[in-house]
Write a protein that binds this ligand. Structure first.
Ligand code: ZN
Length: 261
């Protein structure tokens, strides 16, 4: 039997140790009044970086949010980290629902500041949608990349009723799938960005999960200058629209706390 090499074993042990330190509520010192969460690794990138996920709440209604599938559009990454803080500080937001967050789906691309993964594949063209197109850069076949497989696995595991992904720089709330327009409009009430349907791209997450599988998908296209904002500025600009998707179909009423200071 083939044994994993020493560096691989070392990396895995290092990561698991690190994950405990970072993500265990008891280790990180979160007070009992705050809502705990659990964290794990959805999969591994081409360059062996972990695709972390966190799960908040345990209610029946599941919403899944992810960012950084295009590594050069990373403003959603700190925004979703900030969302996690809000969920811990406002347990009411979790009443009857589960929130699954994948803050960084393409960690190699984010690290390199590049749209595609380390194999040069656009992960948001690599899903097995009817309109998948095997041109160069989309992957030779659907799900050829470990990151797109990890996303699929998480979505099938948690079966969300809606999915929100963060991109840049098209400055709009885009949507795919039946029922997605209403969610986009609920979000649009809390942001200046227009609600606009851009249309399903070949092999995209919206094409596959939204159009083919009927899970409403929202593509929150932040503006280019969102990359220059810190987490608090991002939250001030796009946090309420994000929460509107989290609590949908309830109208957003809960005001966030001062936790971000
Ligand atoms: Zn994008």
């Amino acid at each position: 039997m083939h044994k994993p090499s020493l560096p691989v074993v070392f990396l895995a042990v290092l990561c698991l140790a690190g994950c405990q330190g970072v993500d265990s509520p008891t280790v990180s010192g979160i007070s009992p009044a705050r809502q705990p969460y659990h964290a794990g690794i959805a999969g591994w990138s081409v360059q062996s970086r972990p695709l972390m996920y966190r799960v908040y709440g345990n209610g029946e209604d599941v919403v899944l949010l992810m960012a950084g599938i295009h590594g050069s559009e990373a403003a959603g990454v700190p925004l979703l980290e900030r969302l996690g803080q809000e969920l811990m500080n406002n347990p009411k937001l979790l009443a009857g629902r589960t929130v699954v967050i994948l803050p960084q789906v393409n960690p190699d691309g984010v690290k390199a500041g590049k749209r595609r993964n380390a194999n040069g594949v656009d992960l948001n063209r690599n899903f097995p949608a009817d309109n998948f197109d095997a041109i160069k850069g989309n992957g030779e076949e659907p799900l050829s990349q470990p990151e797109s497989r990890a996303v699929l696995k998480q979505i099938e595991r948690y079966t969300p009723s809606r999915i929100v992904t963060y991109h840049q720089p098209l400055s709009c709330v885009d949507y795919d799938g039946e029922g997605a327009q209403q969610i986009a409009e609920a979000m649009g009430e809390h942001t200046d960005l227009p609600v606009k349907r851009l249309g399903g791209r070949p092999g995209s997450l919206g094409s596959y999960f939204g159009i083919d599988r009927g899970i409403p998908c929202i593509t929150f296209e932040l503006p280019k200058n969102a990359s220059k904002m810190n987490a608090q500025e991002l939250w001030d600009s796009y946090g309420q629209a994000t929460l509107a998707a989290v609590v949908y179909p309830q109208p957003l009423e809960v005001q966030t706390t001062e936790s971000g200071k």
